[in-house]
Design a binder for this molecule. Sequence first.
Ligand code: MRU
Length: 357
Amino acid sequence: MGDHFAQAEHGTIPALRWEEPPEGPVLVLLDQTRLPQEEVEIVCTDVQALVQAIRSLSLRGAPLLGIAGAYGVALAAARGYDVNDAAELLAHARPTAVNLEYGVRRALTAFRDAPPHQGPAAALAQARSLHAQDAAASTAMAGYGSQLLAELVTGGGYRILTHCNTGALVSGGEGTALGVVLAVHRAGELRRLWVDETRPLLQGSRLTAYEAARAEMPYTLLADSAAGSLFTAGEVDAVLVGADRIAADGSTANKVGSYPLAVIARYHNVPFIVVAPTTTVDLSTPDGASIEVEHRAGSEVTDLAPTPLGTQAYNPAFDVTPPELITAIVTENGVVSPVTAAALSAVCAAGPGDVKG
Ligand code: MRU
């Protein structure tokens, strides 16, 4: 029995699902490293396999990491592994997306607080609840994001630039930034989606282009370094990106290359909009400098093209955009604009629909 949630309704293979075959529960992941050439699934029977999938980016993107973390705890519990050890391993599989630790802690707390022998069921219920909550957050963010675009951009239809991959592949629903793009596309208002290649791992050209093509969006791929000339040509109405961690002051860590886009967008007076659920906001991280940025193997850069033997590479997976460069943060509870610590904390405390923005 699988849980397909919202993605299946729209023809997208679910990024992750829980199954219970006779041999015991498993977590089934769509291997994102093989897309778009092949839709291949990975079947995880233990937490080690899940951690490996997370580190290799077979499963990636902040909201999905949180959901996977919660299911990982449920998997360890259901299969009789040491749940505390499993939780520790999972929570630190990657350091930047705060959703991962959030999902792990949520399922772990449910496991620990459950009556005797009911821990595994409680952890699974928590994972399912987070999965469904994230699907609902996607829908709400798509609504708020669409309204915001209507307020900020005039002239009929939007030309949106996006970076990395933020759609159904990283969510319990239709995604964060790409979920908003999908909503305006369905409303007939998307003139063009500009898709940054997103070097070095090419989440844009491999994954966002895959999702955009499936949804029949008008999209065009560009090398990351071509974005500046696109702004100069007046071809961008708004930049929409996701987030891996938003600090209490609104500083936002997202895929490396987001910060330069925010700088260029400000120079050209184009809105730079972050779309993220409140599970990505970490009020215990005070500012951007306190966000741990993952650094990955230099070979991810040097393997892209022939380089002289021994070449070293600088390969941060994320960069941090300061709040003053962010026009708005769109959450499932409403829109934060201007981005201030007080407004961000209020949106986190509010329930869906409580904040108009
Ligand atoms: O290294 P990745 O591919 O996991 O990075 C993902 C991103 O930076 C996304 O933009 C972010 O997680 C938001 S996903 C809704």
